[in-house]
Design a binder for this molecule. Sequence first.
Ligand code: CP
Length: 317
Amino acid sequence: MKHFLSAKDMTRAEVLELFELTRQIKEDEVILEKRLFAANLFFEPSTRTKMSFMMAEKKLGIETLDFATESSSMKKGESLYDTVKTFEAIGADMFVIRHEADDWPEELIDQVNVPIFNAGAGKKEHPTQSLLDAYTIYEEYGSFENLNIVICGDILFSRVARSNAELLKKLGAKIFLMAPDDFKDDALDYPYISMDEATKIADVLMLLRIQLERHHASESLLNHYHSLYGLTKTRERNMKKEAIILHPAPVNRGVEIDTSLVECNRSRIFKQMTNGVYVREAIILTTLLKWGIIHENQIKKYNNFNGSRAQTIRCAN
Ligand code: CP
């Protein structure tokens, strides 16, 4: 059975089915009628992804096992694999893992017998982020056909750039990139354009954080980043009337984006975070079903307004 490590494995139809399930979960609260435990193992800092997964788990009725490396036996030299197998042995039904490595140990993938959800792998993949970004765009436009999506910033060191470009292209969007020379990744086969051009053609302007924890950008680049490559108030005025701004956050205010634009009418930055919870609920449900850990008759849907039990929800497998 497959872990949820990448959105690459998903077909276009599967992504759209996931979005339909997300829409249903947004409309009506969903809860599992089975006692389950999730282990959330974060080896890199996180606010959004960790709290969003925890919120999704709690909303589904899954109990959460939190973990801190500093107070764990990893400090005594225990490996990632042995740590995960320990959680599995004591009863974890699923794992959410963020780790600095691009590729995770094969034994972890092959020998862990409950699903692992990738919450960020090095600079390679962040599949739940790409799905929540795509869902936010889908809610806005209802389709990806003929949308110009420009991914801007630290392309080379960003796991979000890679995951998003691939997924959004699969869904039918036209992908463009904008980056200073130091942040370009020539392995990605999409046209690079300037920031001025990006702001003019974008239906979706997706800004990326400079990943200062992964490299040392020159002081001169940092000092001039906002005026040369950032979303300034002047550039924002040149955007298409209906165009929207996305950023996976955390945001370096005044660097990637003028601080006054973070919460402007075009910005969907906090909407992305809200949607992240629902998208993750949908991903967890779909994956647990595929693994046979839950069955459809254990997924109960409640009406958000009066809390009354509605019906069993149907998920695509
Ligand atoms: N977008 C994102 O991954 O944020 P966190 O690092 O806070 O999880």
